[in-house]
Design a protein around this ligand. Structure first.
Ligand code: UD2
Ligand code: MN
Length: 373
């Protein structure tokens, strides 16, 4: 009897083991085909690009490092993707509008600042960028023309990394763009927002076809090229998660780092404030302007909107502005009189460098009661 029972139990165990093996096999097969399908997808994309290549540019941008993309977050784009109508030969057919979701994106990027960087290297690796830091996709008609504005003083070291990483990313994103460094002349207190207002005016003087303006710190590099540098239906905040904030939004109304507004959105809020001298507060004022004018900030998915900031000390003449807390309480009153409508500055020099346009400008100094040290 016990033997019989033992036999039956053994048989059941064997069946269970067999079943488990079968299940294991099925799972392995599913995973295998999944990976295989991804490879196929990769190769077909690669081939399609090669076939449509009528210009030398598309082979130039191997990413600095990639990781597999993940589905749902990748779907975040200005609007659902339209099916690619494979571009045949760009020389024979009229150019088609660039796809909403650029086909050559690679997703996650490896960003590091330990290897040395030189402007010569940046130039060598970006031969298709025109004088002044301009670029137009050669194989499709870009949907927007984007001016990228960087407030600047004494950060040449950061600028090299920024250009090194951003040119290839922007190229893959298929926008027409120009890079403008707005360099504050002299050693008076720094004023980030006023420099950006100058950038808006000067970029439009340079090319009145710009319809989108992206405002970026010089030390911030996106870690994912699906974070598309273009304008959206609502003002955009790109730098959602930064390493220095543990890759999380520090507070709901945060608008610092990298942001983007269309020409009409920018004019609707009367541009940025000119009266924030020194560090801090100007980004909150801009956020207030957006809300007070009935708009709502849009952001990429937190997994895509990740950034690395090059570590730095607080610069000289950019000490925290003690007035910032009271000032951001008063945006409603100040925004009509203080902004692009009241902007005054003196151009010192415009120089076209191979990788960017430099605009050196004198923007004055804080009124005497705010002057420090
Ligand atoms: C934070 C915000 C920034 C802005 C600032 C307050 C992040 C990542 N960024 O930057 O958007 O709101 O706080 O004003 O949280 N700069 C120069 N030379 C200078 C000083 C500043 O080029 O002497 C430029 C440069 O582009 C820099 C930017 O201004 O990236 C912001 O200054 P920061 O990097 O010193 O301040 P940070 O990192 O706290
Ligand atoms: Mn910084």
């Amino acid at each position: 009897m016990t033997r019989l029972l033992l036999g039956v139990t053994l048989e059941r165990i064997c069946k269970a083991v067999l079943l488990l093996c079968l299940l294991h096999f099925i799972i392995i097969m599913i995973l295998y085909f999944d990976v295989y399908a991804q490879h196929l997808d990769f190769f077909s994309r690669f081939n399609a690009r090669n076939a449509s290549r009528a210009h030398p540019f598309s082979n130039s941008s191997r990413p600095n490092g990639t990781a597999p993309s993940y589905g749902p977050a990748g779907a975040e784009a200005p609007s659902p993707s339209t099916k690619p109508s494979t571009n045949q030969s760009a020389t024979e057919k009229p150019l088609q509008p660039c796809q909403e979701t650029p086909p050559g994106l690679v997703g996650r990027l490896l960003i590091e600042f330990s290897s040395p960087m030189s402007m010569e290297r940046v130039q060598r690796e970006n031969p298709d960028v025109r004088q002044g830091g301009k670029y137009t996709p050669p194989d499709c008609l870009p949907r927007q023309k984007v001016a990228i504005l960087i407030p600047f003083r004494h950060r040449e070291h950061h600028l090299k990394y920024w250009l090194h990483y951003l040119h290839p990313i922007l190229r893959r994103q298929k926008v027409a763009y120009g890079i403008y460094i707005i360099n504050q002349f002299g050693e008076d207190t720094f004023n980030r927002a006023k420099l950006l207002n100058v950038g808006f005016m000067e970029a439009l003087k340079d090319d009145d076809e710009y319809d989108c303006f992206i405002f970026s710190d010089v030390d911030l590099i996106p870690m994912d090229d699906r974070n598309l540098y273009r304008c959206y239906e609502q003002p955009r905040h790109f730098a959602v998660g930064m390493d220095k904030f543990g890759f999380r939004l520090p507070y709901a109304g945060y608008f610092g780092g990298v942001s983007g507004l269309s020409k009409s959105q920018f004019l609707k809020i009367n541009g940025f404030p000119n009266e924030y001298w020194g560090w801090g507060g100007e980004d909150d004022d801009i956020f207030n302007r957006i809300s007070l004018n009935g708009m709502k900030v849009s952001r990429p998915d937190i997994r895509i909107g990740r950034y690395r900031m090059i570590k730095h000390e607080r610069d000289k003449h950019n000490e925290p502005n003690p007035q910032r807390f009271t000032k951001i309480q008063n945006t409603k009153m100040t925004m009509k009189r203080d902004g692009i409508s009241s902007l005054q500055y003196r151009l010192v020099e415009i120089s076209r460098q191979p990788m960017y346009t430099n605009i050196t400008v004198e923007i004055g100094r804080p009124p005497p009661r705010l002057a420090r040290g």
